[in-house]
Design a protein around this ligand. Structure first.
Ligand code: ADP
Ligand code: TRP
Length: 320
C-alpha cells in the first residue's frame, strides 16, 4: 500500500495540524510505503515572500523529523524537487471540468478570507491531484477539510483513465473521525488564518499564554460544569489518556474545579507529549546539513516514481 500526504509550509504548525494530519501520517509510515512532502508550490498561492517560504519549509521539515518521521521508512521531500508534478498538472487539467473546481469549498473559503483570486489558487486541486497521482498513492491521510480535494483527485484520475487507459491508481482519503476537527482557543476550527491556534513548538511561555486565552464560560469555580461544551476539555482529551479524561470529566461535573485548574492540567499533558519532540527539534536545528540531505534524498526517490508515471501519461496522451 502506498501512502502520500503533504502539508503547506505557510506558517508555524499548530496542534490542529498535529492531530489532523501529522500524527495520522506518521502512524501510517509503519503500515506501508509512505511518502510525505512539503507543498511549497502550493504555498506560493498565499506566501509571497521568498525568505518566509524558505524558513517555513525548513520549520516544517524540523517539525516532522522531531515528531518521529523516520527517513528510512518515509520518503520525505520538498514538492519543488519533483518538477514532474507541474507537467502532470497540465495533463490532468485537460480532463478537469471547470465545474469540479468551481464546487471546491476551499477556494471559496480562501476568497472569503481576502486571498486574491489567482489562477493558481483556483487550480490548486489539480496540482494536488498531480502530487497524489504521480506516485500512484493508494491512501491519502488528510484532515476533513481536504477530503473534497481527494475526491476531486479521484474524479480526475477516473476521467483520465477512461480517456487514455489505466494510468493512475484511484486513491482513497483516510480521515480520522474522532479528531476530525481540532478546536482553536475560541472554539472554532483551529486555523492559523483565524489566529486561534496554539503552535506545536511555541516557547513554553507563548504556549502558556495561548492556553490561558482559551475561551470558557463564566460558571463560578464551585459550580458543576459540563466538560462536553468546554474548549479546554476538548483540547485536553486529545493529549490525555482515557483514564485521565474520565477523571477530569468527573471533576468538571462535581464542581469545585475551575477552568484555571483544567488549563494547568492541559499544559501538563501537552508538555508530556511535546516536550521530548521539542528537545529533538532543537538538536536537529543544529544539524541542518542532515535535514537537507534527508530532503534531497527523498526528492530523488519521489522524482524517480513521478518520472515513471509521467512517462506513461505522456505516452498515453500522444506526447511521446
Ligand atoms: P490552517 O487552517 O491552519 O491554514 P492548513 O489548511 O494548512 O491549516 O492544514 C494543514 C493540514 O492540517 C490539513 O491536512 C488539514 O486538514 C489539517 N488541519 C488543519 N487544521 C486542522 C484542525 N483544526 N483540525 C484537524 N485538522 C486540521
Ligand atoms: N492541500 C493540502 C493542505 O492544504 C496540502 C497538500 C498538497 C496535500 N498536496 C497534497 C495533501 C497531496 C495531501 C496530498 O493541507
Amino acid at each position: 500500500m502506498r501512502i502520500l500526504s503533504g502539508i503547506q509550509p505557510s506558517g508555524k504548525l499548530h496542534i490542529g495540524n498535529y492531530f489532523g494530519m501529522m500524527k495520522p501520517a506518521l502512524e501510517l509510515q509503519h503500515e506501508g510505503d509512505a511518502y510525505l512532502f512539503i507543498a511549497n508550490y502550493h504555498a506560493l498561492t498565499t506566501v509571497t515572500d521568498g525568505e518566509l517560504l524558505r524558513g517555513a519549509t525548513l520549520d516544517v521539515a524540523l517539525d516532522f523529523l522531531a515528531c518521529g518521521l523516520d527517513p528510512a521508512k518515509t520518503v520525505f521531500f520538498r514538492q519543488s524537487d519533483v518538477p514532474e508534478v507541474t507537467e502532470l498538472t497540465w495533463l490532468l487539467a485537460t480532463v478537469t471540468p471547470m465545474g469540479l473546481l468551481e464546487r471546491c469549498h476551499s477556494y471559496k473559503d480562501k476568497l472569503a478570507k481576502g486571498i486574491p483570486a489567482s489562477h493558481a489558487l483556483f487550480s490548486y486541486p489539480v496540482l494536488m491531484a498531480a502530487d497524489i497521482l504521480a506516485v500512484q498513492s493508494d491512501v491519502v491521510p488528510v484532515g476533513r477539510d481536504q477530503k473534497q480535494h481527494v475526491e476531486v483527485t479521484r474524479d480526475i484520475a477516473i476521467k483520465f483513465n477512461q480517456r487514455f487507459g489505466e494510468i493512475f491508481t484511484i486513491p482513497e482519503p483516510s480521515i480520522r473521525d474522532h479528531v476530525a476537527v481540532v478546536p482553536g482557543i475560541d472554539g472554532q476550527k483551529m486555523s492559523k488564518s483565524y489566529d486561534n491556534h496554539i503552535e506545536l513548538f511555541g516557547s513554553p511561555k507563548a504556549t502558556k499564554k495561548r492556553v490561558m486565552q482559551i475561551v470558557t464560560d463564566s460558571t463560578p469555580l464551585e459550580d458543576p460544569k459540563n466538560p462536553e461544551s468546554c474548549n479546554v476539555f476538548a483540547l485536553y482529551r486529545l493529549f490525555a489518556t482515557d483514564a485521565e479524561q474520565i477523571q477530569m470529566a468527573e471533576q468538571y461535573r462535581a464542581g469545585g474545579f475551575g477552568y484555571g485548574h483544567a488549563k494547568k492540567s492541559l499544559l501538563e499533558v501537552m508538555e508530556r507529549e511535546l516536550g521530548p519532540a521539542r528537545a529533538r527539534r532543537e538538536e536537529l536545528a543544529q544539524d541542518l546539513d542532515y535535514v537537507n540531505d534527508v530532503l534531497r534524498d527523498g526528492g530523488l526517490k519521489a522524482r524517480a516514481a513521478a518520472r515513471e508515471t509521467l512517462d506513461r501519461a505522456r505516452a498515453a496522451t500522444g506526447l511521446l
